[in-house]
Design a protein around this ligand. Structure first.
Ligand SMILES: Cc1cc2nc3c(=O)[nH]c(=O)nc-3n(C[C@H](O)[C@H](O)[C@H](O)COP(=O)(O)OP(=O)(O)OC[C@H]3O[C@@H](n4cnc5c(N)ncnc54)[C@H](O)[C@@H]3O)c2cc1C
Length: 391
């Protein structure tokens, strides 16, 4: 596969850069605030680029896989989020395209496109993580509503979400997967309680969510009752394809080269001149290029109307391995400045060492969770063994 850009693709890349520069002119950088997010989202909507992977019929730009790839690389380099809106555009929307009724598509997709409604994912439960089919949150159809009781855990962003796409048990079948139903639940409904779980880095991302007699309209069921497992698995393949982290790793490798060029190596030159360091970095780059091609191939198939399938597990597994190794280079470069960082004292103490050290070491710590999020490494290996190697 030829990864060099054609003239048209270079022109497209320049257009992308121009859009980013016009939304944040005069060296201003995106600061992750809601105001900046809204400004950026407005610029994307005006340009018709808010949801790059959506089909044209639903508002997507109709890009080639290479254009999507260029887009993601440029966004990563500019530090801009894409798409804006968290789990709605990238995870739920493809499921609505495939399994939603026209009424459900008309009801939910515009709010996702315009970032009016934020979504969270209610899959994991205490006792149901890797073995997701053992989930026990119960939904009972009563008239035109389901009544939901149970508990979810590790729900990222539940405290900021308006809606949850969640898995519920509607019947007890001999095969546990057969009794699961996929529902869209209003997080502001009576009976929903969100409890924060603060992680070791002091951040609030995770939550526990309990449901006590929560009423969900039957029209919020995606697919048929008892067929939620198929919907859930489809969603996971989109989640995992998004966890290849290619653009992030590429961006970090470029910055590691810069950082290492300014650090002393063993023979009087820079760390980048150190043959051992350069060889290890080079090897990570080679593997990343191979992963990038696999991602492009998968994107081509998806854009031709296919679903990612077990390939998503390969992308996620290898992408996790590479992103974790890449963050380790930063820790190596930071040396003694990669000391533990305590968020409660941030801003009160003068930090020492290069400016990049602290954020990159934080990213190194965050990257450890990639082995678990979206299904653990071991679970991905099991999927590859079964569905790719047919073992
Ligand atoms: C950053 C992050 C964000 C997350 N966000 C969400 C979210 O928004 N919504 C949500 O629903 N969940 C979320 N999760 C939860 C995540 O999906 C689960 O943590 C994951 O599926 C693993 O489940 P568990 O934690 O119960 O671990 P367990 O399933 O108890 O696994 C424990 C260990 O046993 C291993 N193991 C289990 N079964 C097997 C097997 N059959 N073969 C070999 N090894 C096995 C696992 O690999 C793991 O190492 C998130 C997790 C993380 C880390």
């Amino acid at each position: 596969m030829d990864l060099s850009l054609s003239e048209a693709e270079i022109a497209f890349r320049d257009e992308v850069r121009a859009l980013a520069a016009s939304a944040f002119p005069n060296g201003e950088t995106f600061d992750r605030s809601r105001a900046h997010e809204q400004r950026w989202h407005r610029a994307l909507l005006d340009r018709g680029w808010a949801v790059n992977k959506w089909p044209v019929a639903f508002g997507g730009p109709g890009w080639t896989p290479t254009q999507s790839f260029i887009w993601e690389r440029e966004m990563m380099a500019a530090g801009l989020p894409t798409p804006v809106g968290g789990m709605g555009p990238g995870m739920l929307a493809p499921i609505l395209f495939a399994y939603g009724t026209p009424e459900q598509q008309a009801r939910f997709l515009p709010d996702i496109l315009h970032d009016r409604v934020r979504w969270c994912q209610g899959y994991s439960e205490p006792g149901a993580g890797s073995d997701l089919a053992s989930l026990r949150t119960r939904a009972v159809l009563t008239g035109d509503h389901y009544v939901v009781d149970g508990e979810k855990v590790w729900t990222s962003g539940a405290h900021r979400a308006d809606m949850m796409f969640c898995l519920t048990r509607t019947s007890d079948e001999p095969k546990r997967q057969d009794g699961i139903t996929f529902l869209l639940l209003d997080m502001h409904a009576p009976g929903v309680t969100v409890r924060p779980i603060i992680s070791i880095d002091g951040r609030h991302m995770f939550n526990g969510v309990t449901f006590d007699g929560v009423r969900v309209p039957a029209g919020n069921r995606i697919g048929r009752e008892g067929e939620g497992w198929t919907v859930a698995k489809g969603l996971l393949t989109h989640e995992r394809t998004g966890q290849a982290f290619v653009s992030l790793s590429l961006d970090m490798l470029a910055r590691i080269r810069l950082a290492a060029s300014g650090l002393p190596g063993s023979d009087g030159g820079s760390l980048m001149d150190d043959a051992g360091f350069a060889a290890r970095l080079g090897w990570a780059e080679v593997e990343l290029q191979a992963l990038a091609m696999t991602e492009l191939r998968t994107l081509s198939e998806v854009e031709a109307g296919g679903a990612p399938g077990a390939q998503s597990s390969m992308l996620k597994l290898k992408g996790t391995d590479i992103v974790q190794r890449v963050t380790e280079f930063f820790v190596e470069c930071a040396g003694p400045y990669a000391a533990p960082w305590f968020p409660e004292t941030a801003g009160q103490r003068q930090t020492i060492g290069p400016d990049w050290a602290q954020p990159e070491v934080t990213r190194y710590l965050e990257a450890r969770a990639a082995s678990i999020a979206g299904g653990s490494d071991e679970v991905q290996r099991n999927i590859i063994a079964k569905h790719v190697l047919k073992l």
